[in-house]
Ligand binder design. Structure first.
Ligand SMILES: [Zn+2]
Ligand SMILES: [Zn+2]
Length: 272
């Protein structure tokens, strides 16, 4: 099925340490690809905010995206966003940032446990790593993030599985976490926050979205209404990647619209 309102709400410019293309080039690419809108959500890792100069990144990214938003006015909806990593490890700085910057859209993410490296860099072939324990802690922090609730959408829930399962082929009994995942979903719903369908996993060995269908479906059953879909593109060629599959998954789970944010306020856009 071809969709007309293709909007990618999770992308990175070269203002992210792992991004590769400029904001203007990405806008031009998104427009050429026929996307209706895009949110630029550069990384701000709040547990290393000053140490790794994310304070400068925040300002650079904000103004470049705001400039692109006006340059593409009427051609492409551009949302000025940010992906706040580990905000709950550093709430005062995170809250101050959000009070200062007038974002359209904020993604809440967890990429690493406190004082540890990003799950992306971890070597799970090392048998001494108790990955089930790390996952348990990861979900505890996701719950704390959902309770904090100063973001708009919860990014890529189950992110570590991309590496533990996808890259290293470990088996994970997810039933061990169903209770806490349920709590996370209920908390998101209570706080009127979106759940993100992150499509990056579709182009990685794991081959499924984060979170996958079972969790998106459960969110809906529990009364969830707000879904965002994002490619997590770090390259121009990945802009919009998997958004159609994300929409199909949302439809399958009972959603007929996706949330799009401007000025931190959701608008429902029909999936059609
Ligand atoms: Zn992320
Ligand atoms: Zn991202």
């Amino acid at each position: 099925m071809a969709f007309k309102n293709l909007i990618d709400l999770h992308t990175h410019t070269d203002n992210s340490f792992d991004g590769h293309h400029s904001t203007m080039f990405l806008c031009e690419t998104a427009y050429m690809k026929g996307l209706r809108g895009v949110a630029f959500t550069d990384h701000l890792e709040m547990d290393a905010f000053f140490r790794d100069s994310f304070d400068r990144t925040a300002i650079q990214s904000f103004f470049e995206v705001a400039k692109a938003r006006s340059a593409f006015n009427g051609k492409l909806m551009v949302c000025v966003g940010a992906e706040l990593g580990q905000a709950v490890y550093n709430k005062p700085v995170s809250e101050k940032l959000l009070d200062t910057m007038k974002y359209d859209f904020v993604i809440g993410a967890i990429h690493n446990l406190p004082e540890m490296q990003d799950f992306y860099y971890m070597d799970f072939s090392d048998e001494s790593i108790d990955y089930m324990e790390l996952l348990r802690q990861y979900f505890e922090w996701e719950l704390k993030l959902a309770e904090w609730a100063r973001f708009d959408t919860l990014a890529h829930l189950t992110y570590p599985l991309r590496y533990i399962v996808g890259k290293y082929g470990k088996s994970v009994d997810m039933s061990k976490f169903s209770e806490i995942i349920e709590e996370i979903l209920v908390t998101l719903i209570k706080n009127e926050k979106s759940l993100e369908i992150n499509t990056a996993g579709l182009r990685q060995p794991i081959g499924v979205t984060s979170p996958d269908e079972s969790i998106v479906k459960r969110y809906k059953e529990l009364g969830g209404r707000l879904i965002t879909v994002g490619s997590d593109a770090h390259y121009a060629e990945h802009l919009g990647a998997g958004i159609e599959q994300g929409y199909e998954l949302a439809l399958k789970c009972g959603f007929d619209s996706v949330a799009v944010y401007q000025n931190r306020t959701p608008t429902m856009v029909p999936i059609e």
